[in-house]
Design a protein around this ligand. Sequence first.
Ligand SMILES: Cc1ncc(C[n+]2csc(CCOP(=O)(O)OP(=O)(O)O)c2C)c(N)n1
Length: 374
Amino acid sequence: MIPQDFFKILSKKAISFYTGVPDSLLKNFCSYVNDNVSRENHIISTNEGSAIALAAGYYLSSGKPALVYMQNSGFGNAVNPLLSLMDPEVYGIPVLLMIGWRGEPGVKDEPQHIKQGRVMTELLKSMEIPFRIFNKSTSDPELEISELYTTSISNNCPSAMLISEGFFDNYTSVSRTENPYIVSREEAIKMITDMTGDNDIIICTTGKASRELYELQKKKKSVNQNDFLTVGSMGHSSQIALGIALNKKNRNVFILDGDGAVLMHMGSLAVIGSESPENLKHIILNNGAHESVGGQPTAGFKISFTETAKGCGYKMAALAETPEQIRHEFEKLKNSKGPALLEIRVSCSSRSDLGRPVTSPAENKKVFTEHLRK
Ligand SMILES: Cc1ncc(C[n+]2csc(CCOP(=O)(O)OP(=O)(O)O)c2C)c(N)n1
């Protein structure tokens, strides 16, 4: 389906406010929205739960349901406000959900998406959220949307469009996220891995950063025994790292984080600051975008991560963008007393031939924990 046609159907239903967290499967539709909806009527949120709450505020003040888009990985973040805010047994607030169905049964996908994909329809059923599946065989999307919309309005409830891979046709965005930074995320990760040793632990964020780290380390060694790849649970790398840092005080624990991921659960910085582990070193690879899922902008360049970290009690926070600054600041970070933060400004780019881990998360966990517990 052409994203523009889908958008037109939604417009006929008076859907005029869009919010959500981007998803690769929905990127053609989200890019169309980004190009064609005004800034105040399309807000890229930091967290799927926050997007639901934003839609609630929009409905309370306008009387119109919003559309909230998300990847099904982020549905967990949305469950709480869906059940305790929007549900007809609480405030009863209509909203149209657009959920990218990663891990749909029968479609090949990454390990972190398999179970979420398999339980997706049962999850919606058990939450009593009416839904329709949209795939290449959906013959009348307008009718399906119309029925969902009517149900939402008449029952004062959320309803959901579960979108299969390949449902949306390609759409090339006219507003690609560009930034002035010269070092790519992969180059920054390479500099860091060149400057870390066998005693250092790296916890890496969700998306392409983990795939890049995996490939870089694979080139150097046969097993990545010191790296933990947070393939799912976006935004939680820093708390995984905190759990390890508090237990392994004699080893530096580095977090390779993304701006979108940090923003998703920014409260974690407050816990790190107040627990104050000296060996925790937080690196944010800030490209101002959700590069891994299509490059949709984040608030990464509109806020100050370094000031936020300092305000949360980090002992040191620095910014770097050139190769020289990155090497210099990383050396300082390594030798500093943490918790410490280094924000690296990187370009919004990645290789088109980037691979994926060939070993399973369970195998990675085995190697990582065996080495860590020694
Ligand atoms: C809870 C959740 N929501 C959404 C996604 C989809 N997703 C995977 S990677 C990613 C972008 C991450 O952005 P950022 O942390 O800035 O890293 P970048 O891709 O720019 O390196 C998103 C939105 C997800 N995996 N989990």
